[in-house]
Design a protein around this ligand. Structure first.
Ligand SMILES: [Zn+2]
Length: 202
């Protein structure tokens, strides 16, 4: 420990906290509607809001990653911090998807009540045959398209899901479309070459 590491640590922690707190403030004031809240089912306070907490942590770790790169930290290596940021990012998306839009609870909240198919339609998917050439380590060297453009028809389904919050009993719906033929899309032919990846120093 010396003055440089202490000051670097303080600067990055303070900046990380400020940036993340600002992001939380922005999210809360822009996307959290107050009109839906009644006295009976109150919104959880900010320190119990799992989505805002994971969002804060993700943003904090992204800022730390930035400082790790700038200061070339060894112990708090940027590679570990990037991994932590990605993990936290996934957790944030997950908590967002599980969150009740009314009381903002994540646990004991969103419950699927009904699932409906609204419509189904055929849509064209245009592609060309593709060959992927691989280096000896399995990474992609080249992609080559050959032959004319082809079209296959795919089935898309529009679905609607109805949810109810188990805590505040708020009801809401989400609509989305799903490609039922996604697995039938032609995959490129993969060919191994004898070339070594020039970027691989391992
Ligand atoms: Zn709720």
């Amino acid at each position: 420990m010396n003055w440089t590491t202490i000051s670097e640590g303080v600067i990055s922690t303070v900046v990380g906290t400020l940036v993340s707190a600002f992001l939380i403030f922005l999210t809360k004031s822009l996307f959290y509607k107050k009109s839906e809240i009644t006295q009976k089912n109150e919104q959880v306070p900010i320190f119990q809001d799992l989505f805002l907490i994971t969002l804060f942590l993700t943003s904090f770790f992204i800022v730390l990653t930035f400082f790790s790169l700038v200061y070339q930290w060894v112990t708090f290596n940027a590679a570990y911090l990037i991994l932590a940021s990605i993990g936290l990012g996934f957790t944030t998306v997950l908590t967002y998807r599980k969150q009740c839009p009314n009381c903002r609870r994540v646990i004991h909240a969103k419950k699927l009540m009904k699932k409906e198919t609204l419509s189904e339609e055929k849509r064209p998917y245009i592609y060309r045959d593709e060959t992927v050439y691989l280096y000896t380590d399995g990474t992609v060297k080249d992609r080559v398209f050959n032959g004319p453009q082809k079209t296959i028809m795919e089935t898309w389904r529009m679905e609607k899901e109805s949810y109810e919050c188990e805590s505040c009993h708020y009801k809401w719906e989400e609509a989305f479309e799903k490609n039922l033929s996604a697995n039938n899309r032609p995959k490129p032919t993969r060919r191994k070459t004898n070339y070594r990846n020039p970027n691989n120093f391992g």
